[in-house]
Structures are given as structure tokens and as C-alpha cells.
Design a protein around this ligand. Structure first.
Ligand SMILES: Nc1ncnc2c1ncn2[C@@H]1O[C@H](COP(=O)(O)OP(=O)(O)OP(=O)(O)O)[C@@H](O)[C@H]1O
Ligand SMILES: [Mg+2]
Length: 349
């Protein structure tokens, strides 16, 4: 890619966006710069109100920047109008949390709609191919009300792909789905990314979604990108507190109920145990760090829960441990010096 980002699928170049609200201006985005390479899946993660949807909506011109530029395939979306904007939009498909299907149209007719609007013919073979790709051939004549959430999102995906876009935007597309359905929809998106080389920009508030599908991640907080890079790097070396707090929940690893129920934020005076989350990656994932902690520092460790999983092909681990609170700091120092991340979750007596 050239240094001006002209080879990027999407380039956010010092993008700012303010909205007029009661009581004054809201700065939804503040000097956001991000390069999205072609063929990547980039996760945008952040809390409610961080500016994620605003950022995404700039890619298809639903919002225009108040400062800076958004380029899609080198074309300035904010400056495009009329036919030029329609042409960009044809290259950018979008899927939504609540699917946004037309209830009076069947699966087939929903998928055909963008082709009708764009005047692309012939419609039938294209729609049939799309419906087959998302696994809905048998349901082609059903109405949205007759479909499950996962099936509706498959229709949404097929419809978004109808005009053969180069970029797919996803705004919380799995948030309304149960975990199992989420996995099947993410697998479908990954397959589309792989087979069609489609660039995917995906908003989520779940780090697990980023882990499962995104090659790159950008963390947005208060309208600013506070951290971005390859997912594995960000997961293993998070720099910003917001990233760290999102990562805390990523493994779904939870404390056993009998511990969780007794957890307190203040350290009790007597006989306290410090409960620590330890995150580790790469080579460390296979090191016997805890037994070294015990043998080298003499700190006994209670293991409360643990899991090793993969991001891409790399191991990524998470442990919940408890140590004598008086030795907590020394234990955390030791682990951090050996390249592990630690976070105090609380204390139990
Ligand atoms: N059309 C609008 N008019 C006024 N303010 C807006 C508008 N759209 C967004 N905002 C404001 O911009 C900020 C960012 O909103 P945005 O919808 O991008 O957040 P988000 O990260 O997508 O949040 P969520 O996770 O809740 O969807 C918020 O403070 C919001 O109130
Ligand atoms: Mg949003």
C-alpha cells in the first residue's frame, strides 16, 4: 500500500464528527485516523456512545465528516453526491442488529431488492446463488416473520452481498442472537471474507466476537481510537485501560459461584486472599508460570478457573487465581515481569 493510504479498502483520515444536540455540540468522533487493508476483517470495539456507529455510517455516506476525509477504494465518500455516491454505496454492503428486512417481502424478494434498485439484471440467478451461499434455499419463499433470528441475519447478509460489494459493514449484527447462532453467523462472515476477499468492518461490544473473526481491531473510546492493530498484538499487549477492561470478559471465564459471592473490592484485614486474573499469550501459554511462582517466590497459588484458547493459530490463555493478599503485589510483579498480564478482581476472606 502507498503511504497516503490510497491502496486501502477504507481510509479514515483525521475524521471528526460533531452533532448538534440539546445543550450544545457533541463530538461523536475526534481526529480518527485508521487504515483498513483490503481483505481484512476489522473489529471496532467500544462502549455505548463511543462513536462506533457514527464511524461505520461514514463508510457508506449515511453520515458525513465535519472534518477530515473518509476514502473507500480511494474515493472520498464525504464529498460524493448523486451518481458518484450511489456508485460507492453499491460497493459497500451493510448488515444490522435488527436485520432491517422488509416484512412484506419474502426471503427471495428481500435479497432481490438491492438489484432492483440498482437496475442490475438478470436478477434471478444472482439471488439464487446468494440464497444458496447463506444456506436458505429451502426457505426462499418464507416471510421474515417466519424466520429465526439467525435465518433473518442470513437474509440480511445475502441482501448486503447482492450488488457484489467490496466492503461489508456490520453494526452489532450478532448482538440480538444467542451464542450458538452468533457462532454460525460469524462463521458465515469468515467464509465470505475468505471466499470473496471482502473487506469486513464490524462493530461489536464483545471482545469474543473480535477474537473469533477479526484479523485487526480498533478500540474506540469517547470518539477517539485509543488502540488499534492486529488482533493478536492487541490481545496480548493491550495498552489502554479500555482495551484491558474489554479483554477481562473475553474468555467468558467466570469465578466459581462460592468465590464470586464473597468477592469484595476492599482488602479485608485478616486472612485475605487476592483474586487475580492472569492473561498470557504465545510461548507463555505453555510455560509453567504458576509452579515457578510457587517455587521461586514461595507463593502458594489457588487456581480457581482456567482456559487456553486460540486467536488465529496462536494460543491465548486466561487464569483466575487466588494468592495470600500480603503476597499479591509480589506475585503480580513476578508474573508481569515474565510477560503475563494481571488484573486484581477483588478479595475474599
Ligand atoms: N444523529 C445524531 N444526532 C445527535 N447526536 C448523535 C447522532 N448520532 C449519534 N449521536 C451522538 O454521537 C455519539 C456517538 O454515537 P454512536 O451512535 O456512534 O455510538 P455507538 O458507539 O454506536 O453506541 P452504541 O454502542 O450504543 O450503539 C453519542 O453521544 C450520540 O448521542
Ligand atoms: Mg451503535
Amino acid at each position: 500500500m502507498t503511504s497516503d493510504g490510497s491502496g486501502a479498502a477504507i481510509l479514515f483520515d483525521h475524521v471528526g464528527k460533531s452533532f448538534a444536540q440539546k445543550g450544545g455540540q457533541v463530538m461523536a468522533l475526534d481526529d480518527v485516523s485508521l487504515v483498513v487493508e483490503p481483505g481484512t476483517v476489522t473489529g471496532i470495539i467500544g462502549r455505548s456512545g463511543a462513536g462506533k456507529s457514527t464511524l461505520l455510517r461514514m463508510v457508506n455516506g449515511l453520515e458525513r465528516p465535519t472534518s477530515g476525509r473518509v476514502l473507500v477504494g480511494g474515493r472520498d465518500v464525504g464529498a460524493a453526491h448523486g451518481a458518484a455516491l450511489r456508485e460507492i454505496r453499491r460497493d459497500v454492503g451493510m448488515i444490522f442488529q435488527h436485520f432491517n428486512l422488509l416484512s412484506s417481502r419474502t426471503v427471495y424478494e428481500n435479497v432481490a431488492l438491492p438489484l432492483e434498485i440498482a437496475g442490475i439484471a438478470p436478477i434471478r440467478p444472482r439471488v439464487e446463488e446468494l440464497i444458496e451461499r447463506v444456506g436458505l434455499t429451502d426457505l426462499r419463499d418464507r416471510y421474515p416473520a417466519e424466520l429465526s433470528g439467525g435465518q433473518k441475519q442470513r437474509v440480511g447478509i445475502a441482501r448486503a452481498l447482492a450488488t457484489q460489494p467490496k466492503v461489508l459493514l456490520s453494526d452489532e449484527a450478532t448482538s440480538a442472537l444467542d451464542p450458538e447462532t452468533t457462532q454460525t453467523v460469524l462463521a458465515l462472515l469468515a467464509e465470505i471474507n475468505r471466499d470473496l476477499g471482502l473487506t469486513i468492518l464490524l462493530i461489536t461490544h464483545e471482545m469474543a466476537v473480535v477474537r473469533d473473526i477479526a484479523s485487526h481491531v480498533a478500540v474506540i473510546d469517547g470518539g477517539r481510537i485509543v488502540e488499534s492493530g492486529p488482533t493478536y498484538d492487541v490481545f496480548t499487549h493491550p495498552q489502554h485501560p479500555t482495551t484491558r477492561s474489554f479483554l477481562g470478559g473475553v474468555t467468558g471465564l467466570t469465578l466459581p459461584a462460592f468465590i464470586a459471592g464473597r468477592l469484595q473490592q476492599e482488602c479485608p484485614e485478616v486472612e485475605a486472599q487476592e483474586v487475580i486474573r492472569v492473561t498470557f499469550a504465545g510461548a507463555h501459554a505453555t510455560d509453567p508460570m504458576l509452579s515457578m511462582l510457587t517455587s521461586e517466590l514461595g507463593v502458594p497459588v489457588n487456581i480457581l478457573a482456567g482456559a487456553i484458547e486460540e486467536i488465529g493459530a496462536h494460543p491465548f490463555g486466561n487464569l483466575l487465581i487466588a494468592v495470600d493478599a500480603a503476597q499479591g503485589e509480589a506475585a503480580r510483579d513476578y508474573l508481569e515481569r515474565h510477560g503475563l498480564l494481571t488484573e486484581v478482581l477483588g478479595y475474599v476472606e
